[in-house]
Design a protein around this ligand. Structure first.
Ligand code: SAM
Length: 299
């Protein structure tokens, strides 16, 4: 979702760092957190600002390296077990048919109107949707907020990559309908990868990462020492509407936002010329005069 090349950050950060001073990295348009993850990996504290709630959640999950892999694995197994029980009682198949059996339908079930209003037509087929909603409800009842967020992001990623009838190129578009998808299997695989990643960093002390949700033009949002190095991939100069391009996940049944919330977010996101961001970046970099607009800058 909206990622940009991690290797760029890995290359620029050490080059721009003075190292001695405990530099803090800042990405004022952090999206799903590529800069923040690389900064953390390389030992830098970092701040990120992002206007939209779903990328914010993704960035927070991706930089929460203190989450216990055992807790995530244990809760995920319990949740998926309960979903299997509900799946059986709802009369949904436990395996995909070997041969295509015509249009999928769900016994005695019509999607709630709220969901139909939310999802663009054809974005997800009825059977996978029913499975997703069962799983979503169980995830919502998970008590531990860190585990709950991680499971929500696993489901969101599975929705756009495996479950929904969508692809990116460069905007989101609808693909051939998948009649059915074993949602639990797909999500289990995503969680397994998350658990592996968490195990690979467990036990170490990690630099602090803070992800703020808001309009990065609002400088009052930022704490005093929020950045020595700015690395960002600002909104594209082509009137890209981020509330639309992230809609595959933001408007997915995992999150269920209200339509009014989307339009107010649209006012916050910068959709016009990238050059509008440069004065802002200059301000963050405490007014340095020799500043030029590359993609990375040492304040
Ligand atoms: C090119 S994307 C950044 C992608 C990011 N580098 C990543 O790896 O995910 C630009 C991001 O800026 C966010 N954005 C646009 N206007 C914003 C604003 N005024 N304040 C904060 N974030 C904003 C968009 O929602 C989008 O996620």
């Amino acid at each position: 979702m909206l990622s940009f090349p991690a290797h760029l950050v890995a290359e620029y950060l050490p080059r721009l760092s003075s190292r001695a001073s405990g530099d803090v990295a800042l990405d004022p348009f952090c999206g799903t957190g590529t800069t923040l993850v690389e900064a953390k990996r390389l030992g830098f504290s970092a701040y990120g600002v992002e206007a939209l709630p779903v990328p914010v959640l993704a960035a927070r999950v991706k930089t929460d390296w203190d989450l216990s892999p055992d807790a995530l694995e244990g809760v995920a197994n319990e949740v998926l077990e309960r979903v299997e029980e509900d799946r059986e009682s709802a009369g949904l198949p436990g395996a995909l048919p070997l041969f295509h059996q015509g249009k999928s339908s769900v016994p005695n079930w019509t999607p709630p109107q709220q969901i139909l209003d939310l999802i663009p037509r054809g974005m997800i087929s009825p059977l996978p949707l029913r499975r997703v909603l069962i799983l979503r409800d169980h995830i919502e009842s998970v008590r531990d907020p860190g585990v709950r967020s991680a499971l929500q992001i696993a489901l969101a990623a599975a929705l756009v990559e495996d479950i929904g009838n969508v692809a990116f190129g460069p905007e989101v578009y609808t693909t051939r309908a998948k009649e059915d998808v074993l949602v639990c299997d797909v999500v289990r695989r995503k969680v397994r990868r998350m658990v592996q990643d968490l195990r690979s960093v467990a036990g170490a002390i990690h630099p602090r990462t803070t992800v703020l949700q808001g309009d990065s033009r609002d400088l009052a949002l930022m704490p005093e020492k929020s950045g020595d190095i700015v690395i960002t991939s600002p909104p594209y100069p082509n009137e890209k509407d981020y509330t639309r391009t992230t809609s595959a996940t933001a408007r997915s049944p995992t999150f269920c936002p209200r339509p009014r919330a989307t339009s107010s977010r649209r006012r916050v996101t910068t959709t016009s010329s990238t050059s509008a961001c440069w004065p802002l970046v200059r301000k963050w970099s405490r007014g340095r005069r020799d500043w030029r607009p590359p993609c990375a800058h040492r304040a």
